[in-house]
Design a protein around this ligand. Structure first.
Ligand SMILES: NC(=O)c1ccc[n+]([C@@H]2O[C@H](COP(=O)([O-])OP(=O)(O)OC[C@H]3O[C@@H](n4cnc5c(N)ncnc54)[C@H](O)[C@@H]3O)[C@@H](O)[C@H]2O)c1
Length: 446
């Protein structure tokens, strides 16, 4: 099939490359000329495991191409995916300007039938807005060309995006158009050879499904963070509690990890957007309002522990921060808890030496001009001479460090662990003061 991907970011590039891998002829279009230039020179602008190989292979086979030319992109694909960003607007609602711009581009240039697929995360009713934008452009051209608009929300996770797209749990397709549903089934047939994974539903339910999924996951995280804080007060250990409840198949083990709060390009904005959608519809989402409040507070928990230990004035102190990306295996720092933590430590006068295996370039860009923030080339270099270590992202390489070397590099053998990577007794036995999240007994022992 000939496919156009409008928007070549985390979702568009991964989806485009995976669709090309199954033999489709894919053209990725983006308004960001720098990004397209990098791709046309054989590079990959984001960190995502397995993606460079996939892009390289399909470029070489001429099944995956990149352009900044809107007319070329609309002329190419009978299927036009919209995978542009939907950042939060000032009132928390999803800003649809890029989605509508993409729809207009299609309406302005199409000369024959197009199947338009909303892959961006968009509020209920957006498919109607996309349809209107295309119809408006066609009317302005005094022409009438048939098209369909389908919702196909994306559920991939950054850090495992290629794997998720290749082996999806489910493929949600929102349409009331039987012919469009048939075309979408054909497109996704290679991705579900073993099990039926396609769920066809009406457009509005498909749009809401994506928000419901992210809202549920965010809820689990805030729930566990709140219980972690309670565990500290009660002298209980949240890690034991987590194991105890996760064994119940009705609860399951996923997304029960307490930490520094959720971040990233999706959960924060999607929780905000669904709350806003509800408000506009005259309803209030009490649970999600609390989920958001808990998350905001959780981003400050680690700094609270640092202040309790070192005092409010952190001038003259330097902290090693391990992990900047909002989660492992990505370079994405959008809404990353590390940003809130570093900002607050800087505001208290501290200096930071940070290390992340993938997000260092992004951190340098974000903290440009910040004199007291530096990036190190290794975890131990970051720790060298620092007053304490602060762990923010659970990259594999932080799980089993050389503790003797770490102790020798740090000025004080103190670890603030926002991801509960270590067994408290073990690190305490090695001479560290250890401050994890929600491990009340460990704190008592420290
Ligand atoms: N990142 C994820 O993990 C993830 C997962 C599932 C769903 N989503 C959703 O997918 C959408 C895209 O997210 P992302 O993380 O890939 O964003 P991104 O910012 O990485 O990529 C979006 C791209 O769209 C381009 N763009 C903007 N306007 C354009 C236009 N008019 N024409 C062509 N290109 C345009 C931008 O230049 C950018 O390269 C969002 O709605 C997001 O919520 C993201």
């Amino acid at each position: 099939m000939k496919i156009t991907m409008i928007g070549t970011g985390y979702v568009g590039l991964v989806s485009g490359a995976c669709l090309a891998e199954f033999g489709n002829d894919v053209l990725c279009y983006d308004v960001d000329a720098r990004k397209i230039a990098v791709l046309n020179e054989g590079g990959v602008p984001i960190h995502e495991p397995g993606l460079p190989e996939l892009v390289q292979r399909n470029r070489a086979a001429d099944r995956l191409r990149f352009t900044t030319d809107p007319a070329e992109s609309v002329a190419h694909g009978r299927v036009q995916f919209i995978a542009v960003g939907t950042p939060p607007d000032e009132d928390g609602s999803a800003d649809l300007q890029h989605v509508v711009a993409a729809a207009r581009t299609i309406g302005r240039h199409m000369t024959e039938y197009r199947l338009v697929v909303d892959k961006s995360t968009v509020p209920v009713g957006t498919a109607d807005a996309v349809r209107d934008a295309i119809a408006h452009e066609l009317a302005a051209r005094r022409t009438s060309i048939p098209f369909s608009v389908v919702s196909n929300p994306e559920f991939l996770k950054e850090g495992a995006a290629v794997e998720d797209f290749m082996r999806p749990d489910r493929i949600v397709i929102g349409t009331e158009d039987a012919e469009a549903a048939r075309a979408m089934r054909a497109l996704y047939a290679p991705f579900q050879r073993n099990h039926e994974r396609i769920i066809v539903m009406d457009v509005r339910s498909a749009e809401l499904t994506k928000y419901a999924a992210n809202a549920m996951l965010a809820t689990r995280i805030s729930f566990m963070n709140e219980l972690a804080n309670l565990s500290e007060r009660l002298g209980a250990d949240i890690e034991q509690v987590r194991r105890g409840i996760g064994a119940d198949p009705r609860i399951g083990t996923h997304f029960l990890y307490p930490g520094t709060g959720y971040g990233g390009a999706c959960f924060p904005k999607d929780v905000k957007a669904i709350i806003r959608t509800a408000t506009d519809a005259g309803a209030e989402l009490h649970v999600l309002t609390a989920v958001e409040r808990v998350n905001e507070a959780q981003k400050r928990v680690l700094v609270g522990k640092i202040i309790s230990r070192f005092g409010n004035d952190l001038a003259g102190r330097r902290f090693a921060v391990w992990g900047l990306a909002f989660k492992p295996n990505t370079d994405d720092m959008r809404e990353a808890p590390s940003r809130a933590i570093i900002k607050e430590l800087l505001a208290h006068g501290a200096a930071i030496s940070a290390y992340d295996p993938a997000a260092m370039g992004e951190a340098q860009r974000l903290f440009t001009g910040e004199q007291r923030m530096s990036c190190a080339r290794s975890p131990l270099e970051a720790a060298d001479g620092a007053d304490a270590l602060v762990i923010v992202t659970e990259w594999k390489e932080f799980r089993s460090p050389d503790f003797d070397a770490l102790r020798a590099h740090l000025k004080h053998a103190i670890i603030f662990d926002g991801r509960n990577l270590y067994e408290p007794e073990d690190v305490q036995r090695m001479g560290f003061e250890y401050f994890p999240i929600g491990r009340g007994r460990a704190k008592d022992a420290a």
